[in-house]
Design a protein around this ligand. Structure first.
Ligand SMILES: C[S@@+](CC[C@H](N)C(=O)[O-])C[C@H]1O[C@@H](n2cnc3c(N)ncnc32)[C@H](O)[C@@H]1O
Length: 228
């Protein structure tokens, strides 16, 4: 025994890294396992990226092009864990992940036996990331940029950390009209009151890689539409 530390090689996704580098020089999309032995890995921003050393120009570029898909948000992780513990929400069902980002909730639904999963995101790069992450985890998803153009009714719609933009609040009704049940996980809006939704509880997590956010953003609430 020499005490030598052997580093596991980091698996980098070249195309996703190139997309990140258009705005963030030296950024890489690296394969990272989710904590809690989730059995789910994602290509995310390299954890050793020097977030605090960005120039003002780079910071502006990030703000103008937020690569949400390069992070696994606290709500996506909590929702993936919730589905692992209660697969009946998605098993055998037609499911849509609205605002899929990295695809974490869509992939978790597929892993828990959903019959069909559609990942929907308005950011074309997020759909590229979702496709890469689906392949990484060996699951099949279909991809859509426009929810209104997705045909048919869904058994379940998943929504994780999409309400950060208050303009998205009207989606709570639109999505509830298109599915038997909607599951909303959110770290930004806690205790929203809506006649069609009930709160199921609160869970702890943090964004991956860790953005060092304030403790309030590490608490995720899950709501579901009331069963009809
Ligand atoms: C903060 S990220 C969350 C990603 C993922 N659900 C997670 O939990 O890690 C929010 C995502 O919602 C997407 N989004 C925002 N508004 C949307 C809309 N109207 N339709 C579809 N996607 C939307 C964004 O492009 C972004 O990828």
């Amino acid at each position: 025994m020499t005490g030598e530390v052997i580093e596991t090689p980091r698996i980098v996704h070249p195309e996703l890294s190139a997309r990140l580098q258009q705005h963030l020089p030296f950024a890489r999309a690296e394969c990272q396992p989710l904590p809690d032995e989730a059995g789910l890995s994602l290509y995310l921003l390299n954890p050793d990226f020097p977030q605090h050393a960005l120039t003002a120009e780079q910071m502006n570029a990030v703000l103008n092009y937020p690569a949400y898909w390069a992070f696994c948000w606290a709500s996506g992780q909590v929702l993936a864990r919730f589905l692992r513990e209660q697969p009946n929400w998605v098993a055998g069902k037609r499911v849509l992940d609205f605002g899929s980002g990295s695809g974490v909730a869509a992939i978790a639904a597929a892993q828990q036996g959903a019959a069909e999963v559609v990942a929907c995101d308005i950011d074309p790069d997020a759909l590229v990331a979702t496709a890469a992450n689906a392949e990484l985890n060996g699951v099949q998803l279909s991809l859509h940029a426009d929810f209104e153009a997705c045909a048919g009714h869904f058994d379940a719609i998943l929504v994780a950390d999409v309400l950060y933009d208050r303009d998205n609040l009207p989606w709570l009704d639109r999505l509830a009209d298109r599915a038997d049940r909607v599951l909303v996980a959110d770290s930004r809006i806690r205790d929203f009151s809506h006649p069609r939704y009930q709160k199921l509880g609160e869970w702890e997590s943090n964004t991956l890689p860790d953005l060092d956010e304030s403790p309030e953003f590490r608490r995720v609430s899950i709501y579901s539409t009331v069963a009809t």
